[in-house]
Design a protein. Structure first.
Length: 254
Protein backbone atom coordinates (compact mmCIF):
# COMPACT_ATOMS: atom_id res chain seq x y z
CA UNK A 1 0.00 0.00 0.00
CA UNK A 2 2.83 2.36 0.90
CA UNK A 3 4.48 1.83 -2.51
CA UNK A 4 1.15 2.60 -4.18
CA UNK A 5 0.97 6.01 -2.46
CA UNK A 6 4.57 6.73 -3.43
CA UNK A 7 3.83 5.94 -7.08
CA UNK A 8 0.69 8.11 -7.01
CA UNK A 9 2.65 10.97 -5.44
CA UNK A 10 5.37 10.69 -8.08
CA UNK A 11 2.77 10.66 -10.87
CA UNK A 12 1.09 13.76 -9.43
CA UNK A 13 4.43 15.56 -9.23
CA UNK A 14 5.20 14.60 -12.85
CA UNK A 15 1.80 15.92 -13.98
CA UNK A 16 2.40 19.18 -12.09
CA UNK A 17 5.83 19.50 -13.70
CA UNK A 18 4.45 18.83 -17.19
CA UNK A 19 1.60 21.32 -16.63
CA UNK A 20 4.01 23.99 -15.37
CA UNK A 21 6.32 23.43 -18.31
CA UNK A 22 3.38 23.58 -20.73
CA UNK A 23 2.19 26.85 -19.20
CA UNK A 24 5.73 28.26 -19.36
CA UNK A 25 6.03 27.45 -23.08
CA UNK A 26 2.50 28.69 -23.82
CA UNK A 27 3.20 31.97 -22.04
CA UNK A 28 6.38 32.58 -24.07
CA UNK A 29 4.95 31.51 -27.41
CA UNK A 30 1.72 33.51 -27.05
CA UNK A 31 3.03 36.85 -25.84
CA UNK A 32 1.41 40.07 -26.96
CA UNK A 33 2.78 41.27 -30.34
CA UNK A 34 4.75 44.23 -29.02
CA UNK A 35 8.14 45.82 -29.68
CA UNK A 36 10.43 44.95 -26.74
CA UNK A 37 13.72 46.69 -25.97
CA UNK A 38 15.89 45.53 -23.07
CA UNK A 39 18.91 47.66 -22.14
CA UNK A 40 21.27 45.43 -20.19
CA UNK A 41 23.28 46.91 -17.35
CA UNK A 42 26.59 45.06 -17.52
CA UNK A 43 29.68 45.17 -15.35
CA UNK A 44 31.57 45.96 -18.54
CA UNK A 45 30.23 46.96 -21.91
CA UNK A 46 27.00 47.60 -23.78
CA UNK A 47 24.28 45.30 -25.09
CA UNK A 48 20.67 45.87 -26.14
CA UNK A 49 18.27 42.98 -26.72
CA UNK A 50 15.24 43.51 -28.99
CA UNK A 51 12.27 41.27 -29.68
CA UNK A 52 9.98 42.21 -32.57
CA UNK A 53 6.17 41.88 -32.59
CA UNK A 54 6.71 38.84 -34.82
CA UNK A 55 9.02 37.22 -32.23
CA UNK A 56 12.25 37.92 -34.09
CA UNK A 57 15.28 38.52 -31.85
CA UNK A 58 18.02 41.12 -32.31
CA UNK A 59 21.11 41.82 -30.20
CA UNK A 60 22.93 45.13 -30.64
CA UNK A 61 26.32 44.93 -28.96
CA UNK A 62 27.57 41.93 -27.02
CA UNK A 63 29.12 43.53 -23.98
CA UNK A 64 32.70 42.72 -23.01
CA UNK A 65 32.27 39.25 -21.53
CA UNK A 66 29.82 36.51 -20.53
CA UNK A 67 27.69 38.97 -18.50
CA UNK A 68 25.57 39.38 -21.62
CA UNK A 69 24.69 35.68 -21.71
CA UNK A 70 23.59 35.93 -18.08
CA UNK A 71 21.22 38.76 -19.05
CA UNK A 72 19.96 36.92 -22.14
CA UNK A 73 18.76 34.05 -19.98
CA UNK A 74 16.48 36.50 -18.18
CA UNK A 75 14.68 37.69 -21.32
CA UNK A 76 14.66 34.51 -23.44
CA UNK A 77 12.99 31.16 -22.71
CA UNK A 78 15.45 28.51 -21.54
CA UNK A 79 14.68 26.31 -24.55
CA UNK A 80 15.55 29.02 -27.09
CA UNK A 81 19.16 29.22 -28.24
CA UNK A 82 18.64 31.26 -31.40
CA UNK A 83 19.27 34.96 -32.11
CA UNK A 84 18.12 36.07 -35.54
CA UNK A 85 20.40 39.11 -35.90
CA UNK A 86 23.41 40.47 -34.08
CA UNK A 87 24.72 43.96 -34.77
CA UNK A 88 28.43 44.64 -34.30
CA UNK A 89 28.48 48.34 -33.35
CA UNK A 90 32.24 48.95 -33.30
CA UNK A 91 35.63 47.31 -32.89
CA UNK A 92 35.84 48.12 -29.16
CA UNK A 93 36.09 45.09 -26.82
CA UNK A 94 33.50 46.66 -24.49
CA UNK A 95 30.89 46.37 -27.23
CA UNK A 96 31.81 43.07 -28.88
CA UNK A 97 33.90 40.87 -26.56
CA UNK A 98 30.84 38.97 -25.34
CA UNK A 99 29.83 38.10 -28.90
CA UNK A 100 32.62 35.52 -29.13
CA UNK A 101 30.95 33.24 -26.58
CA UNK A 102 27.46 34.12 -27.84
CA UNK A 103 28.33 32.97 -31.37
CA UNK A 104 29.60 29.70 -29.89
CA UNK A 105 26.53 29.03 -27.74
CA UNK A 106 23.67 30.44 -29.81
CA UNK A 107 22.47 29.86 -33.33
CA UNK A 108 22.90 33.24 -35.03
CA UNK A 109 20.94 33.89 -38.21
CA UNK A 110 22.86 36.88 -39.57
CA UNK A 111 25.52 39.36 -38.51
CA UNK A 112 25.19 43.05 -39.38
CA UNK A 113 28.41 45.04 -39.58
CA UNK A 114 29.27 48.52 -40.79
CA UNK A 115 31.13 48.70 -44.11
CA UNK A 116 33.42 51.25 -42.45
CA UNK A 117 34.88 50.04 -39.18
CA UNK A 118 38.06 50.21 -37.15
CA UNK A 119 40.15 47.14 -36.36
CA UNK A 120 41.02 45.37 -33.14
CA UNK A 121 42.29 41.98 -32.01
CA UNK A 122 38.88 41.19 -30.50
CA UNK A 123 37.06 42.07 -33.74
CA UNK A 124 39.44 39.90 -35.78
CA UNK A 125 38.86 36.96 -33.44
CA UNK A 126 35.09 37.49 -33.55
CA UNK A 127 34.97 37.70 -37.35
CA UNK A 128 37.08 34.55 -37.60
CA UNK A 129 34.65 32.79 -35.27
CA UNK A 130 31.69 33.99 -37.36
CA UNK A 131 33.39 32.76 -40.52
CA UNK A 132 34.03 29.33 -39.00
CA UNK A 133 30.35 29.08 -38.10
CA UNK A 134 29.45 30.05 -41.69
CA UNK A 135 27.17 32.87 -40.51
CA UNK A 136 26.22 35.37 -43.21
CA UNK A 137 27.54 38.92 -42.72
CA UNK A 138 25.58 41.89 -44.04
CA UNK A 139 27.56 45.11 -44.41
CA UNK A 140 25.66 48.39 -44.04
CA UNK A 141 26.26 52.13 -44.11
CA UNK A 142 24.39 55.37 -43.51
CA UNK A 143 21.11 55.49 -45.43
CA UNK A 144 20.53 51.74 -45.52
CA UNK A 145 17.13 50.56 -44.28
CA UNK A 146 16.41 47.03 -43.10
CA UNK A 147 13.01 45.43 -42.54
CA UNK A 148 13.21 43.05 -39.59
CA UNK A 149 10.08 41.39 -38.34
CA UNK A 150 7.82 44.43 -38.51
CA UNK A 151 10.60 46.81 -37.48
CA UNK A 152 12.22 49.41 -39.69
CA UNK A 153 15.94 49.66 -38.96
CA UNK A 154 17.66 52.76 -40.33
CA UNK A 155 21.44 53.08 -40.33
CA UNK A 156 22.29 56.64 -39.23
CA UNK A 157 26.08 56.31 -39.23
CA UNK A 158 28.84 55.74 -40.40
CA UNK A 159 29.60 56.52 -44.02
CA UNK A 160 32.81 56.51 -46.05
CA UNK A 161 33.27 60.25 -46.70
CA UNK A 162 33.15 61.26 -43.05
CA UNK A 163 36.50 62.53 -41.74
CA UNK A 164 37.28 60.16 -38.88
CA UNK A 165 39.78 60.91 -36.12
CA UNK A 166 40.74 59.61 -32.67
CA UNK A 167 37.62 61.09 -31.04
CA UNK A 168 35.21 60.31 -33.88
CA UNK A 169 35.69 56.63 -34.70
CA UNK A 170 33.40 54.51 -36.89
CA UNK A 171 30.48 53.19 -34.85
CA UNK A 172 27.01 52.05 -35.87
CA UNK A 173 24.23 54.44 -34.92
CA UNK A 174 20.73 53.08 -35.50
CA UNK A 175 17.14 54.20 -35.50
CA UNK A 176 14.80 51.25 -34.93
CA UNK A 177 11.14 52.05 -35.40
CA UNK A 178 7.82 50.32 -34.97
CA UNK A 179 4.85 52.29 -36.30
CA UNK A 180 4.90 55.61 -34.41
CA UNK A 181 7.67 54.78 -31.92
CA UNK A 182 11.43 54.73 -32.42
CA UNK A 183 14.47 53.91 -30.31
CA UNK A 184 17.67 55.67 -31.33
CA UNK A 185 20.76 53.65 -30.37
CA UNK A 186 23.65 56.11 -30.39
CA UNK A 187 26.17 54.22 -28.29
CA UNK A 188 29.40 56.11 -27.80
CA UNK A 189 29.35 58.33 -30.89
CA UNK A 190 30.96 61.73 -30.48
CA UNK A 191 29.20 65.07 -30.37
CA UNK A 192 30.64 65.85 -33.81
CA UNK A 193 29.05 62.72 -35.27
CA UNK A 194 25.75 63.51 -33.56
CA UNK A 195 25.71 66.96 -35.20
CA UNK A 196 26.46 65.32 -38.53
CA UNK A 197 23.53 62.92 -38.12
CA UNK A 198 21.21 65.77 -37.17
CA UNK A 199 21.81 67.55 -40.49
CA UNK A 200 20.10 64.87 -42.57
CA UNK A 201 17.93 63.06 -40.04
CA UNK A 202 14.19 62.98 -40.70
CA UNK A 203 12.12 61.92 -37.69
CA UNK A 204 8.62 60.67 -38.47
CA UNK A 205 7.80 59.02 -35.16
CA UNK A 206 6.27 60.82 -32.19
CA UNK A 207 7.35 58.63 -29.26
CA UNK A 208 11.14 58.41 -29.18
CA UNK A 209 13.79 56.99 -26.87
CA UNK A 210 17.47 57.97 -27.13
CA UNK A 211 20.19 55.70 -25.76
CA UNK A 212 23.85 56.55 -25.22
CA UNK A 213 26.50 54.23 -23.86
CA UNK A 214 28.76 56.38 -21.69
CA UNK A 215 28.68 59.70 -23.53
CA UNK A 216 25.28 60.86 -22.31
CA UNK A 217 26.58 63.74 -20.20
CA UNK A 218 25.54 67.21 -21.32
CA UNK A 219 28.96 68.20 -22.65
CA UNK A 220 28.93 65.23 -25.05
CA UNK A 221 25.34 65.47 -26.28
CA UNK A 222 24.44 67.41 -29.40
CA UNK A 223 21.52 69.78 -28.75
CA UNK A 224 20.88 69.83 -32.50
CA UNK A 225 20.25 66.08 -32.52
CA UNK A 226 18.17 66.09 -29.35
CA UNK A 227 16.00 68.93 -30.67
CA UNK A 228 15.53 67.05 -33.94
CA UNK A 229 14.52 63.78 -32.23
CA UNK A 230 12.57 65.37 -29.32
CA UNK A 231 12.90 62.21 -27.18
CA UNK A 232 10.43 61.40 -24.46
CA UNK A 233 13.14 59.43 -22.68
CA UNK A 234 16.94 59.71 -22.83
CA UNK A 235 19.47 57.75 -20.78
CA UNK A 236 22.75 55.85 -20.88
CA UNK A 237 23.15 52.07 -20.79
CA UNK A 238 25.56 52.41 -17.87
CA UNK A 239 22.59 53.16 -15.65
CA UNK A 240 20.33 50.52 -14.06
CA UNK A 241 18.96 47.90 -16.48
CA UNK A 242 15.69 49.01 -18.03
CA UNK A 243 13.15 47.45 -20.37
CA UNK A 244 10.50 49.04 -22.56
CA UNK A 245 7.64 47.84 -24.73
CA UNK A 246 5.70 49.60 -27.45
CA UNK A 247 2.44 48.83 -29.18
CA UNK A 248 3.52 51.19 -31.93
CA UNK A 249 1.78 54.19 -30.38
CA UNK A 250 3.59 54.78 -27.11
CA UNK A 251 6.41 53.46 -24.92
CA UNK A 252 5.79 51.76 -21.59
CA UNK A 253 8.42 50.82 -19.05
CA UNK A 254 8.25 47.25 -17.76
Amino acid sequence: MKNKYIIITILILILILISSLGYYVYKWENRKPVFEVHFFSLNRGRAIFIRTPENMTILVGGGQNSDTIRELTKVMPFYSKKIDYIFIPSAKPAQIGGFIEIVDRYGVGEVVLSKIHATSTVLSKLLNNISNKKIHIREVEKGDELDMGGLKVEVLFPYEDFKFNKTSLPELALGIGYKDTTVFLLGNISKTIQKNIAKSLIVNSKENIVEYYNSGIESKVSKDLVEKIKPRYMFTTKEKPTSWISDGLEWKKI
